[in-house]
Each structure stands twice: as structure tokens, then as C-alpha cells.
Design a protein around this ligand. Structure first.
Ligand code: GDP
Length: 477
């Protein structure tokens, strides 16, 4: 075995890049595309907040909401009506085409937002971690009720764990929704106290920059300060366009939606070589072609282009491209979930977890051995050399083994604290070497942010999330 360097993707010719970016701008109507994940302690109000936001954005009809209200009253939990909005979309989604992470799409004035794995109130945490491996930004929901913030934050709650996790996965912007403000009379003192404690933690211990944090007071239940300016004087008296704060992470008068619109555009791998992760393959009903569903993770593709499937090296021609709601497209770009109709390929050589590439640039690396920076959670027994795991990468789940504990890292600076640690424990960050059961397609985090992240599970529990830092490929000589 030898450790060959995986070279960064070749840059695109400037004229071609300009043309491509223009086509992409038309494709997205000039809006930024952002994938968002919602995190926070259980009961902080994540589902209610996002449900109410989707309702105000016109995503849920009054009739549907009326039904949720009746249903939730029946079981004596009327406050859950908005949380059910998300469960309903989940149900709808499960009838559709398989996609690795479910998403709810909505558009604002400036953005197209994909809400990844919208938080249903049942089984949110494992979903959250899956979503976090694909998100650009996060909304951290805080329960501002006296005593509750303290439970979620100080006393071993999920606020700390989640924020470390998302940061370690490369999510660099955070909106902090200080929720349930209706329960403490929209108190300025309470809001500023939470801001002070939390921003100090997020900056000093997690490694966020102040400029990448936005704090916003709101009430998910009352729907206050989500998409419309708050009218409650208790809030507007101290939180308005003219109020100034000691920190750039509070912008007076902003709603949650304003904060979303203010998220900085994400760098997209539009101009990099094409990478398409296969999540389903089947014979086309109308033609002799093969339908390949999945997500375009990088680059772009147009009808008539050739496609190479790795690792089998099967190649064919793309006859048409369709969205999940069966709209036909001339082109697809990084970020799109689509179905390709491909001619001249053998279905037996294509399976879930394979990748489609172009035939021009170097194909995607294939390997069964990687090194990665990981952060550990929920471990019941410490991790040692030879620890068995399931490697979750995009639409793949493969048996794998943690072969070597390479080094223990400082969680925020990433510096090596100890070489070759004997064991790793919960909350620690480390470099490890992982041997996967069989060779799969992978990319380095530094080359493709979208393709360099994964998760490890053990006994059905997510125990780590990581970034691929090295791909060890067999030397062909
Ligand atoms: P999750 O576990 O974070 O998804 O939290 P839920 O959305 O299920 O909400 C937990 C509980 O908090 C429910 O009883 C909600 O009705 C309540 N809740 C959520 N948001 C608010 C809010 O803004 N104000 C008040 N007073 N209660 C809220």
C-alpha cells in the first residue's frame, strides 16, 4: 500500500466557467441555495418553530393546519399542531422517490432553502446528524425559559454537543433562535444574558467567529418574529432597527427570516468535475434505457453528455434529466436531486452508492482505506484499535473497522494533543484510520466539501461524524 496524493480538481477554463455560472444563475433565478439543519436541546421548540415558519411561508394550507389543530386537541396536546406540519411532510416524502436525506424546500426573497431532515418530534437526533453531514448552515434553537436554557446548555444538555458537532462538520454559520421568549415577557435582560453566555462559549470553545453568528429573539408557538416584524411592544421597545447592541451578532429588529436572508452565500462546487451519487437504479418503463436517481454533488451535466459510473467504469449517454416532480431539465447542477435517463449502460454494473462522473476529468478516487478527522459521541465503550463500525457515506452503509487511532486533537484548534492514543472517549476529536469492507468512491473534504463528510455507527447508534483528510489508494505498480 502506498499513500498517493489525491490531486485537487483541475480548474475550469475561465470562459467556460463564466458561461457555466451564468447558466447556474438562470437555473436558480439568481438566488443562493442554502441547506439548513435545525439543532438544539430536546423540547427547545425546534419542530414548532420550523412548522410555524413553514406555515407563515405558505407551505401549509389553513385546511391542513386546522386538521393538525383538531388532531392535536384530541390527544390533549394542542400546542403540537405546528410540530405536526413537519411530520406530515415526512409522511409525504416517504411515498416519494428514495433520497438519502429528506428535505423541505422553501424560497425567500434571496434564497432557495433546503431544510434537511426536518425535525419531527420523535426521533430527531440521529436524523440531525445525518442532515448535518450535508448542511451548509444551522439554526440552533434555545429554550429561553428560566432554568431551561441552563439545563440545555450547562447541565450536560445537547446544546454544547450539537454545536461542536456541526462546527466539526464544517458548518461555519449559525443562527441562534432564542425561542419561547413569550414565556419571559420578551425580557431584554434574559436575551442578553443568554447571548453573553452562549456567544462566549461558541467563540472561545467551539471556534465560531462572531461575524458568523446571528442571535434572534422569537416565539415559535406564537409565531412572533419569525417571518414578520414583531408587533409586541415588550420586544420592539428594545429590539428595533434603531437599537444598538454591544455585539455584531445581534441586529436589532431582524426576524428569523431576515437572518436566513443574511446568511453568506455558500461556495458551491459548480465548476468542479461532475459527481453524481446514485441512490436508486431501475429499468425505465417507457424506453430501453436505465433510470438512475441521485444527487448531483458537484459540477453540472446536460442532456447528451456522456457519463462514467465508478467503480465499475460502465459508461453511457444521458438522454434526459428529470426532477423529482417530473419536470424535465436541460441541465442539472451541484445541489440538485434528479433522475437521469441513461442509454447504453448495463444495469448490473450500477448500484446504490456508486458515482456518476464525466469522462474528461480524472475519475473519482476509489479506496477501502481513509484517514479522517472525527468527533465522538454516544460511545458506550471507549474506542480502541480494531473497533467495528458501520461507515455511512452519502447513500452507502458499509461495514468497516477503525484500524488505527492516529492522534488525539484539541477540539477547537485541531492541534495534535497526543500521538497514537490507546483509547478514545466521548466528546473527543481525533484522527483515525478506517478500513472499509470493500473499495468505494470517496473524496477529500479539502477538495469537495460536499463529499468529504461521513458518519460512523455502532449498534445502531451514531458514534462519530468526520471529515476525510487522506485517501489511501493502492499503488498500481
Ligand atoms: P423539539 O423537541 O425541540 O422539536 O420541541 P417541540 O417543538 O416539540 O416543542 C416542545 C414543547 O415546547 C411543546 O409543548 C411546544 O408547544 C412548546 N413550545 C415550542 N415553542 C414554544 C414557544 O415559542 N413558546 C412556548 N411558550 N412554548 C413553546
Amino acid at each position: 500500500l502506498s499513500d498517493l496524493r489525491i490531486s485537487p480538481p483541475p480548474p475550469l477554463d475561465p470562459a467556460k466557467k463564466e458561461k457555466l455560472l451564468k447558466q447556474y444563475e438562470e437555473h436558480t433565478a439568481g438566488k443562493d441555495v442554502i441547506s439548513l439543519i435545525v439543532i438544539g436541546h430536546v423540547d427547545s421548540g425546534k419542530s414548532t418553530l420550523m412548522g410555524h415558519l413553514l406555515y407563515q411561508m405558505g407551505h401549509v394550507s389553513d385546511k391542513q393546519l386546522h386538521k393538525f389543530k383538531q388532531d392535536s386537541q384530541k390527544i390533549g396536546k394542542s400546542s403540537f399542531a405546528y410540530a405536526w406540519v413537519l411530520d406530515e411532510t415526512e409522511e409525504e416524502r416517504s411515498r416519494g422517490i428514495t433520497i438519502d436525506v429528506a428535505q423541505t424546500k422553501f424560497e425567500t426573497e434571496k434564497k432557495i432553502i433546503y431544510l434537511l431532515d426536518a425535525p419531527g418530534h420523535k426521533d430527531f437526533i440521529p436524523n440531525m446528524i445525518t442532515g448535518a453531514t450535508q448542511a451548509d448552515s444551522a439554526i440552533l434553537v434555545i429554550n429561553s425559559i428560566t432554568g431551561e436554557f441552563e439545563t440545555g446548555f450547562l447541565l450536560g444538555g445537547q446544546t454544547r454537543e450539537h454545536s461542536l458537532l456541526v462546527k466539526s462538520l464544517g458548518i461555519n454559520q449559525l443562527i441562534i433562535a432564542v425561542n419561547k421568549m413569550d414565556m419571559n415577557e420578551w425580557s431584554q435582560e434574559r436575551f442578553l444574558d443568554i447571548h453573553k453566555k452562549l456567544s462566549s462559549f461558541l467563540i472561545k470553545q467551539v471556534g465560531y467567529k462572531e461575524a458568523d453568528l446571528m442571535f434572534v429573539p422569537c416565539s415559535g408557538l406564537q409565531g412572533e418574529n419569525l417571518t414578520k416584524k414583531c408587533t409586541n411592544e415588550k420586544l420592539t421597545s428594545w429590539y428595533n432597527e434603531n437599537s444598538s447592541f454591544n455585539s455584531q451578532s445581534i441586529i436589532g429588529g431582524s426576524t428569523l427570516l431576515d437572518c436566513m436572508n443574511r446568511l453568506k452565500p455558500q461556495e458551491r462546487s459548480i465548476d468542479k468535475p461532475f459527481r453524481f451519487c446514485v441512490s436508486d437504479v431501475y429499468k425505465s418503463a417507457q424506453t430501453a434505457n436505465i433510470s438512475i436517481s441521485g444527487k448531483c454533488e458537484a459540477g453540472s451535466l446536460k442532456t447528451g453528455d456522456k457519463i462514467l459510473i465508478v467503480p465499475s467504469n460502465e459508461n453511457g449517454v444521458v438522454k434526459s434529466i428529470a426532477t423529482n416532480d417530473e419536470q424535465s431539465l436541460q441541465m442539472c447542477f451541484a445541489g440538485d436531486t434528479v433522475t437521469l435517463n441513461v442509454a447504453n449502460v448495463d444495469i448490473n454494473n450500477i448500484s446504490i452508492g456508486n458515482f456518476g462522473c464525466d469522462l474528461i476529468s480524472p475519475p473519482m478516487p476509489v479506496s477501502d482505506r481513509i484517514r479522517a478527522r472525527v468527533i465522538l459521541f454516544n460511545l458506550e465503550i471507549p474506542m480502541t484499535n480494531g473497533f467495528p463500525v458501520v461507515f455511512h457515506y452519502k447513500s452507502l452503509n458499509e461495514a468497516a473497522v477503525v484500524k488505527k487511532l492516529v492522534s488525539l486533537l484539541d477540539k477547537s484548534s485541531g492541534e495534535v494533543v497526543k500521538e497514537k492514543p490507546r483509547v478514545l472517549n466521548n466528546g473527543q476529536s481525533a484522527i483515525v484510520e478506517i478500513k472499509i469492507n470493500r473499495p468505494i468512491c470517496v473524496e477529500l473534504y479539502q477538495n469537495y466539501r460536499e463529499l468529504g463528510r461521513f458518519m460512523l455507527r455502532y449498534n445502531g447508534v451514531t458514534i462519530a461524524a468526520g471529515q476525510i483528510t487522506e485517501i489511501i489508494v493502492k499503488n498500481k505498480n
